[in-house]
Design a protein around this ligand. Structure first.
Ligand SMILES: Nc1[nH]c(=O)nc2c1ncn2[C@H]1C[C@H](O)[C@@H](COP(=O)(O)OP(=O)(O)OP(=O)(O)O)O1
Length: 134
């Protein structure tokens, strides 16, 4: 039996490139990933996605430009908490991705995703996301 905790994960992308951030501290440090984090109490999931993206990359995205593309559930051995992660993508946004205390952003070509420096599950589901089948 797991306790669910809601998280967001946002990917900015165009037809050829995706923006990833190198996590500089805390959970997932030194891994490339999308931008996201915990949904706070009294906050909608989409508001959390917008807030975390801005906090971690300085990019602003409007609700109408966020597309819900997936739902991932992660569990970790010996931990009773399930990470219930709502995944979004956006291709229209304002501002230039900028390094913050938490993340260092970089655009990657779809053919050059650094899977060796990412969560081990990413290589399984990224290909579905990149070819637009989710
Ligand atoms: N196995 C996995 N594969 C993946 O691609 N993303 C994962 C993952 N496990 C967790 N994530 C994502 C979900 C979420 O966007 C992020 C974890 O969020 P954080 O712990 O950084 O949350 P917060 O930014 O709220 O944390 P604080 O540092 O406490 O503020 O990592």
């Amino acid at each position: 039996m797991y306790f669910r905790k809601l998280y967001t994960l946002v990917f900015l992308r165009n037809d050829t490139h995706i923006l990833l951030g190198l996590k500089k501290r805390g959970f997932g440090v030194d891994k490339w990933n999308g931008f996201g984090g915990k949904v706070e109490i009294n906050e909608t999931i989409i508001d959390a996605a917008i807030r975390e993206l801005k906090e971690e990359s300085c990019v602003v995205v409007k609700k109408c430009n966020l597309k819900n593309i997936g739902h991932l559930e992660f569990t970790f051995e010996g931990d009773p908490t399930m990470m219930d992660v709502r995944v979004y993508s956006a291709s229209i946004f304002e501002g230039a991705p900028t390094e913050t205390d938490e993340m260092s952003p970089k655009w990657f070509a779809y053919t050059e995703i650094p899977f060796q420096d990412m969560w081990p599950d990413d290589i399984i589901w990224f290909p579905f996301m990149l070819k637009g089948s989710c």
